[in-house]
Design a protein around this ligand. Structure first.
Ligand code: MG
Ligand code: MG
Length: 633
């Protein structure tokens, strides 16, 4: 796939945008007129800058309100076009994007428009230039690519062609199969954008909420399959208007854009015979979480290990060459790394005690790794001692590590080879914790789409709709990434302000990361009792919560009493019941959760507000007025 992106997609000054686009490995760039007008250099300077970075200028845009003007305005419109042609020649691009007119002065009439385009084609051809026509979804007379194509067809000039834009066609639910009968040489370029499904004015939706293919809800893959079926193998260019992207990291957004196109091409080539895209292994099926590794130091490890003990984790083995201890319960493995060298130590130095690494068990680790790298994931490597196992690994949220392991690197061998079993009796009593139910990651709000695309493009997983969680100090956006079997369940919380618990976590942890781990049990009440006996202190939940939950769900008062007695939260969906028990926070907001699912498929979102309030009460020093920022800094 030949990839391109419009400068309007990114934040920053033009040189910064071009640098980020080249760095993200795009082949081309669309120059937006405003970016060029705000830049001090000449069109030739911009052209040289792009070429020096190895970027082709795929087009110059936009040229508005061209077709169908009455005679008096028509002459001026053609003069404007000639001036755009001058700039294009200096820039070194051969194509201009003409979007369908929204001018109240325009007269309409398909043959009048076709005649205008024929003349524009004649003038462009004199200079070796091309004209591409795009139907805006809110165009005055032309707002459908089928009408734009009919005008291009009647214009009947080799230098006039059609520009398709997935947003304009999909937002109006135009039949995508109508693209299949357009001759490929008349499709001059294809612009791609996705968007979340929102019922609003098309223009406003388009200008503020577009996002990268795969990040939204529009059928961009089906659109691209229809384009690919024509044999088209020209540029696919991202044209995204998004308020968040305009304020985001230029490089990160460019990188997301490239990943989205590589992923899109991969999906398309699995369904359509097409030269676009590169062969890569399928999305990796996650079968479980192999282990979670905490980075900490000797002092802070004492509190963490005490908490693990209270949760019923048994010290099972110690690493042969590093200061790493393996704790186990059920199929859960937790590593506590207090090594004073290596990446874990560096992660500890930056983030404090944190769950910086997780291992995902996949069918074939090498294939998953190959796919991750094809999708621009950053590889992670560090030195291992002679004979020790080395797992393929990539960088994840907050610079953390995701190890990829499979049956060829069984965890049994992993512990035998790298770890020495501990023979002494461990006092911890098994609390019935069986497996990791979900991993909750907290990220800055503007990173959410990045990680969503990261997980869903590399792993066979889907995203659930975003929900808002009301924190007493602001809104936290929450979205789930999960697979069919439930072996992979990641809840991602995006925090906009630092007074929310999630925002505080990011501010104090110097970045995104795992904020809680949820373990599953088959008997939450038995687990709670065992934990209590071992000195585990659950998060205290307000008694008012239980009155409400009893009324809301019509619970048996005996059950409500038991829930209240153990500080267990309750929820229900159409599939079943959910029970949640939380630890207090450790460090700057990390905590553990224990859940029992009786068929329930969600994550207890309605309870989040009560959990957050309880955690904050625990963290807030006494005597601070309610309206003050609750955190100590
Ligand atoms: Mg467009
Ligand atoms: Mg949870």
């Amino acid at each position: 796939m030949k990839t391109s992106i419009a400068t309007v997609t990114l934040s920053g000054e033009l040189p910064e945008k071009l640098e980020a686009i080249a760095r993200a490995r795009f082949d081309g760039v669309e120059i937006f007129e405003n970016d060029f007008l705000a830049f001090d250099g000449s069109p030739a300077d911009v052209g040289k800058m792009a070429r020096d970075l190895g970027l082709q200028i795929t087009l110059f845009q936009p040229f508005r309100d061209f077709e169908g003007m009455p005679e008096a305005l028509r002459i001026r419109t053609f003069d404007r076009a000639e001036r755009k042609f001058d700039i294009m020649q200096e820039l070194g691009t051969d194509m201009v994007l003409v979007c369908s007119s929204v001018s109240p002065a325009a007269l309409g009439g398909i043959d009048r428009a076709a005649a205008d385009f024929h003349e524009l084609g004649v003038r462009a051809a004199r200079r070796g230039l091309k004209v591409g026509y795009e139907a805006l979804a809110w165009g005055r007379y032309v707002n459908d690519h089928r009408d734009a194509w009919e005008i291009v067809r009647r214009a009947n000039h080799p230098n006039v062609g059609l520009i398709l834009d997935s947003f304009h066609s999909l937002s109006r639910k135009i039949d995508i199969n109508s693209i299949r009968s357009i001759p490929k040489e008349k499709i001059f370029i294809v612009q791609l954008a996705d968007a979340p499904l929102i019922d609003m004015d098309l223009l406003y939706w388009s200008r503020h909420f577009r996002n990268m293919p795969g990040e939204g809800d529009l059928p961009v893959t089906a659109f691209t399959e229809a384009v690919a079926s024509t044999g088209y193998d020209g540029y696919f260019s991202l044209e995204i208007f998004n308020d968040q992207f305009r304020g985001g990291s230029t490089r990160a957004i460019a990188a997301d854009g490239h990943r989205s196109l590589v992923y899109l091409a991969d999906q398309v080539r699995r369904n359509v015979e097409t030269p676009i895209g590169v062969a890569m292994p399928e999305r990796a099926d996650v079968k479980g979480i192999g282990f979670i590794e905490f980075a900490t130091d000797e002092d802070e490890a004492i509190e963490l290990i005490a908490l693990l003990h209270a949760l019923g984790f048994r010290k099972a083995a110690v690493h042969r060459s590093k200061k790493v201890t393996l704790f186990e319960q059920g199929s859960i493995r937790i590593l506590v790394n207090v090594d004073t060298a290596g990446f874990a130590n560096a992660a500890y130095a930056v983030h404090g005690t944190s769950a910086y690494a997780l291992a995902l068990v996949v069918d074939d680790a090498d294939k998953a790794y190959e796919r991750a790298l094809a999708l621009d994931a950053e590889p992670f490597r560090q030195a291992v001692a002679d004979g020790e196992l080395e797992f393929p690994a990539i960088r994840g949220v907050g610079g953390g590590v995701i190890y990829l392991i499979d049956d060829k690197s069984p965890l049994g061998r992993f512990s035998e080879i790298d770890f020495e079993p501990i023979s002494e009796e461990d006092a911890a009593v098994d609390a019935g914790l069986l497996r990791i139910d979900h991993v909750a990651q907290t990220v800055a709000y503007d990173e959410m789409l990045t990680w969503l695309l990261f997980y869903t493009s590399i792993f066979d997983a889907r995203k659930t709709p975003m929900v808002d969680i009301i924190d007493p100090s602001g809104v936290v956006r929450s979205q789930v990434i999960e697979n069919e079997s439930g072996a992979l369940r990641i809840t991602m919380n995006g925090a906009e302000n630092r007074r929310t618990l999630a925002g505080h976590f990011i501010a104090e942890k110097f970045g995104s990361g795992i904020q809680h781990l949820a373990f599953s049990t088959n008997d939450i009440f038995a687990t709670a009792e065992t934990l209590r006996a071992q000195g585990f202190k659950p998060l205290h939940i307000s008694p008012n919560y239980y009155d409400d939950v009893e009324a809301r769900f019509g619970l048996d008062p005996d059950l409500t009493e038991r829930l209240k007695g153990e500080n267990i939260l309750y929820d229900r969906d159409e599939h079943g019941e959910y029970f949640q028990l939380y630890s207090g926070t450790y460090g700057e907001g990390f905590f553990f959760e224990i859940v029992e699912r009786r068929g329930y498929r969600g994550y207890g979102a309605p309870n989040a507000i009560f959990r957050i309030a309880a955690l904050k009460k625990q963290m807030r020093p006494e005597g601070i007025p309610k309206d003050a920022s609750w955190h100590p800094s």
